[in-house]
Design a protein around this ligand. Structure first.
Ligand SMILES: Nc1ncnc2c1ncn2[C@@H]1O[C@H](COP(=O)(O)OP(=O)(O)OP(=O)(O)O)[C@@H](O)[C@H]1O
Ligand code: SF4
Ligand SMILES: [Mg+2]
Length: 326
């Protein structure tokens, strides 16, 4: 059984100016021990999709208007709130970009880590503290025993991010969603934290959804990619396949906008224009105002996700013109 299957998810936000269609029929799946990277520009619906999966979407203003979130075969969207809360933390956990706002500033990190065991497993204070030290060692925080009584602000950004990873791992969940987990860190620290996350994922055989803008990070750690645009998935593929031969003009645009070691001296192209206003997504293919391949049919017909090869799909009418079949 697939660990997580999101099927045709729709999420809207009611705002003063109208209804923002943030997620429009997203489907993806993640298996045990597998990493799915979710990629796309700001506002493409990556976080909102993740929040709907985790059950932490702000409702209102958000509203799930369709779809299923099957976790180990069970549709989470139909579960009572209490049951969802139990699953969250114990069986699925989330890591955010900003550890400082996710951690409580007036409680020691040891207390916050230990709380997971006190609340969920009825551990004593002493047991909880020992578990907290163990977790801090697991995420390679130096001098864990001496630092278990420190407060979040006494740690560096990278160390705080490790503490958040420790918190997510505490109850050994089956699925972790990491939403831009390293974006706020220096480049070298980013790499260390990413490596740690990847190691722990392998060790625990967890499913991982990694949300990121960073195509470089993706190449190193992910098995497969879902590229999002205007609240839809526009391309899905294995990482290697997608890098070798994108089958959607938007993916190609993203790839052309990053420096690559294997193509020194190549000119970098930035995708022209802006993502659409979600209050008025253009008719036809939502990418058409920015797409170099767009023509009349693109302004009229919204492309479905075409199967372009095994485990590969592209939402472009003209995928065959760009895809070389590899
Ligand atoms: N609380 C909210 N109220 C109203 N609209 C919202 C809210 N949260 C998200 N949205 C809408 O949903 C859209 C998608 O947001 P989301 O946070 O999923 O983007 P993202 O892909 O994660 O972008 P980023 O890379 O910037 O994190 C936003 O552009 C915004 O219009
Ligand atoms: S359907 Fe048309 S506008 Fe959309 S990505 Fe393909 S070529 Fe571009
Ligand atoms: Mg986001």
């Amino acid at each position: 059984m697939t660990l997580l299957e999101v099927r045709d998810l729709h999420v809207e936000f009611r705002t003063r100016d109208g209804v923002a269609k943030a997620v429009n029929g997203v489907s993806y799946d993640v298996g045990a021990g597998e990493t799915l990277a979710v990629l796309g520009e700001s506002g493409s619906g990556k976080s909102v999709t993740a929040q709907a999966v985790m059950g932490i979407l702000d409702m209102p203003p958000g509203r799930i208007t369709g779809g299923q979130v099957l976790f180990q075969g069970q549709d989470l969207l139909t579960l009572p709130r209490e049951e969802r809360r139990r699953i969250r933390g114990a069986r699925m956990a989330m890591i955010f970009q900003d550890a400082l706002s996710a951690l409580n500033p007036v409680l020691t990190v040891g207390y916050q880590l230990g709380e997971m065991f006190r609340v969920h497993q009825g551990a004593s204070r002493k047991e909880a503290k020992a578990k907290a030290v163990e977790l801090m060692e697991r995420v390679r925080i130096p001098a864990a025993r001496a630092r278990v009584g420190d407060f979040p602000h006494q740690f560096s950004g990278g160390m705080r991010q490790r503490i958040m990873i420790a918190m997510a791992l505490a109850l050994e969940p089956d699925l972790i969603i990491a939403d831009e987990p390293t974006t706020a860190l220096d480049v070298t620290v980013q790499a260390q934290v990413m490596e740690l996350l990847a190691d722990l994922q392998r060790e625990f055989n967890m499913g991982l959804i990694l949300i990121t803008h960073d195509l470089g990070v993706v190449a190193d750690v992910a098995d497969k990619i879902a590229v999002m645009y205007a609240g839809r998935i526009v391309e899905t593929a294995g990482v290697k396949e997608l890098y070798r031969s994108p089958a959607h003009p938007y993916t190609k645009g993203l790839l052309d906008s990053i420096p690559r070691l294997d193509q020194k001296g190549r000119q970098l192209n930035v995708i022209r224009g802006m993502p659409p206003n979600l209050l008025e997504i253009p008719p036809g293919c939502p990418y058409n105002p920015r797409c170099p391949l767009a023509r009349a049919v693109c302004r009229a017909d919204d492309p479905p996700l075409y199967d372009v090869a095994a485990h590969r799909a592209s939402a472009c009418h003209f995928w065959e013109e760009m895809f070389d079949g590899r």
